[in-house]
Design a protein around this ligand. Structure first.
Ligand SMILES: Cc1ncc(COP(=O)(O)O)c(C=O)c1O
Length: 369
């Protein structure tokens, strides 16, 4: 029955239409045949051959529902990190786990805190749950513990920290993460998003696994999309207190992770040789690209991930937008990061040696004019 005040069509909850949808990295360049996609932090090495074999084998039984508990994968992750599989939940990308955790802990009017240039999905999830996104300023494009803590109120339910952060590539030393956790009220959940943890070589870094296993209010999310090269399968995992895992298991889809993903993830996480090769490539190119791009006169934020944030001048003809268009013509697809309040920057994924060399050459030409 309609009343005079009812809308004529089904209407999303308040706030849903205020959400700026996530825009994924572009994957093509108009009129260019050979494209190097450096816009989504995918690995140039691809997945482990063992993961590919596992996906092929799983194709033989696509009519069967997957194991709803993803036991094979949770056990493989547990074995790799020495974790009780009961403390692990898997998801369709860590994106799904971030959404589940937000939906479970944030309701209308509740606040979720994250840092100014933090991963955009947090804001989208908070808004989607009817909550209030609260932004804390950063210092030198790095999350700032004191500024995050200053934003915590009695309404705060979650503090999100991408460590390292995308798109800046900066990180907080583990001592700082512990300081943040120690100062948070015990009813506030600290979400440590460690999507790029494998790449980090800094001695003072830790993913947060230790905290997620010991504290009652900390979870850590991880992904198979980056160093493991399984982005197309959408696979992530989370470690946390038993009570949090229990809550998420109640609201997730009954078969939220598909069978090829379960099989591939279990094979990938056991392939140390492939992981070492992917890390060696990044270890070589991250400093080299940073150096070479700085040598053409551009600033690069020091990164610990598999991507770099390049800063461009504001002068006409030399802007980030100009550079993006220039690079695109050569098939070099970067990520514009205006939505992260970084309008003068482009984010570049560490690509293959060929892609990286081409970017260096193109940026040299671009800056010469
Ligand atoms: C910081 C961060 N967290 C989470 C994700 C989501 O990863 P996925 O859903 O592919 O596991 C990304 C992807 O770019 C990311 O950069």
């Amino acid at each position: 029955m309609t009343t005079l005040t009812s809308p004529a069509v089904p209407t999303p909850r308040a706030g849903i239409l205020d959400i700026a949808a996530y825009v994924p990295g572009r994957d093509h360049a108009e009129g260019v045949e050979r494209v190097f996609k450096l816009s989504s932090n995918e690995t140039p090495l691809g997945p482990s051959p063992k993961a590919i074999e596992a996906v092929k084998a799983s194709a033989a039984s696509l009519e069967i529902y997957p194991d709803g508990g993803a036991s094979l994968l949770r056990e493989a992750i547990g074995k790799r990190y020495g974790i009780d599989p009961a403390r692990i939940i898997c998801g369709t990308g860590s994106d799904e786990l971030l959404a589940l955790i937000t939906n479970a802990y944030i309701g209308p009017g509740d606040e979720g805190v994250f840092s100014r240039h933090g991963f955009l999905v947090y804001k989208i999830n908070i808004q989607g749950a009817g909550g209030v996104p609260v932004v804390a300023d950063e210092t030198d494009l790095t999350a700032d513990v004191d500024k995050l803590l200053a934003k915590v109120t009695p309404k705060t339910k979650i503090v999100y920290l991408a460590n390292p952060n995308n798109p800046t590539g900066t990180y907080l030393p583990f001592d700082e993460v512990k300081r943040l956790h120690a100062a948070l009220p015990s009813n506030v959940l600290l979400v440590l998003d460690a999507a790029y943890a494998e790449y980090v070589r800094a001695n003072d870094y830790a993913s947060g696994l230790e905290l997620a296993l010991t504290a009652p209010n900390v979870v850590m999310t991880r992904t198979f999309s980056k160093v493991y090269g399984l982005a197309a399968l959408r696979l992530g995992w989370m470690v946390g207190p038993a009570a949090v895992i229990d809550a998420l298991n109640r609201i997730r889809g009954p078969f939220n992770v598909n069978a090829p993903a379960i099989a591939a993830g279990a094979a990938a996480i056991a392939d140390d040789v492939h992981l070492a090769a992917a890390l060696a490539h990044n270890d070589e190119w991250l400093p080299k690209l940073t150096r070479e791009i700085e040598a053409v006169g551009l600033k690069v934020t020091p990164s610990v991930g598999n991507f770099i944030l390049i800063h461009f001048p504001e002068t006409a003809g030399r802007t980030a937008q100009d550079a993006d268009a220039f690079l695109l013509k050569r098939g070099l697809v970067m990520r514009a990061v205006k939505a992260y309040e970084l309008p003068h920057c482009l984010r570049m994924t560490i690509g293959s040696a060929e892609a990286n060399e081409r970017v260096i050459e193109a940026l040299r030409d671009f800056m010469r004019g």
